[in-house]
Design a protein around this ligand. Structure first.
Ligand code: SAM
Length: 275
């Protein structure tokens, strides 16, 4: 049976193009177009919006984004085997899908469609997902080039992204995301929704830029969080010793006996600004 967008079912596409999933490329495909629409809808209205997608694979999420009215999708895919399947989608939606063959980690997203506000939507390959997120939230220029990020991660990574102080998952990622974004977990996706199923539950995280984060040097905040969470069970006077230890903590008006996981994002920023 053909799907609602008139294109063939994804199982047929995968079979016809020989797209057996490769673990090294983090390939866990979503074949249920209702589910891919649910992911795409988490990004809000897509009417007239330019969307960047990382890793379209056979194109399930790409099709949902286009069916929901995106003006254009620019998708970066590393696996050249997927290109013929994606070309069929491009033919079906003339002028609305551009595929860049390459490594998303090496792609300068900001330069791809300069001056155009974009939403980024992706079912990310697990091996590069966190690094891509960090690249998107730590550019020198802020607010960033993107309006929102709607990203599928392993649930444990999602929990680290939205974590705040005194939460077991709180760490460097929670501080960086808490500083520059408003992040929320939208919904979980069980392993059996993917082909092949991964070992763990996944989750969709939606992030929007915090328009006016407390000013702070990215490099200093990275140095502080790296040192503090590198030895998260130790008191800060010990873990931050190489960066000034007790003197630095006193300057920032933070009790040197506290541990990293108890500090709010604002307190980490204060420390970074005292460096
Ligand atoms: N979007 C499809 C879906 O939802 O069914 C596929 C998602 S699958 C989890 C991840 C995709 O990212 C695969 O198509 C894989 O080939 C691609 N990929 C892996 N590493 C990549 C990289 N460094 N740059 C771009 N794409 C990559």
């Amino acid at each position: 049976m053909a799907a609602l967008d008139g294109l063939p079912p994804l199982r047929d596409v995968i079979q016809r193009h020989g797209l057996d999933a490769r673990k090294a490329l983090g390939q866990n495909f979503l074949l249920d177009l209702n589910l891919t629409q649910k992911v795409a809808r988490t990004a809000g209205s897509l009417e007239g919006v330019t969307v960047f997608e990382v890793g379209p694979g056979p194109g399930g999420l790409t099709r949902a984004i286009l069916a929901l009215g995106a003006k254009k999708v620019i998708a970066v895919e590393r696996d050249s085997r997927c290109l013929p399947a994606l070309a069929e989608i491009a033919d079906h939606y003339p002028g609305r899908l551009e595929v860049i063959e390459g490594d998303a980690l090496k792609t300068d997203f900001e330069a791809v469609a300069p001056g155009t506000p974009v939403k980024i939507i992706a079912n990310l390959p697990y091996n590069v997902g966190t690094q891509l997120l960090v690249n998107w939230i730590l550019p020198k220029q802020w607010p960033p080039f993107w309006e929102s990020l709607t990203l599928m991660f392993q649930k444990e990574v999602g929990e680290r992204i939205v974590a705040t102080e005194d939460d077991d998952h709180y760490g460097r990622l929670g501080v960086l995301c808490g500083w520059r974004t408003n992040a929320r977990m939208a919904f979980d996706v069980p392993p059996q929704a993917f082909t092949p199923p991964p070992k763990v539950t996944s989750t969709v995280v939606h992030l929007t830029p915090n328009e006016s984060p407390i000013p702070c040097s990215v490099a200093n905040l990275e140095r502080i969080t790296h040192a503090a969470f590198g030895q998260r069970r130790k008191m800060l006077r010990q873990s931050l010793k190489p960066l000034g230890g007790e003197a630095l903590l006193n300057k920032a008006d933070i009790d040197p006996q506290r541990r990293a996981e108890t500090l709010s994002v604002a307190e980490f920023v204060r420390l970074a600004n005292c460096l």
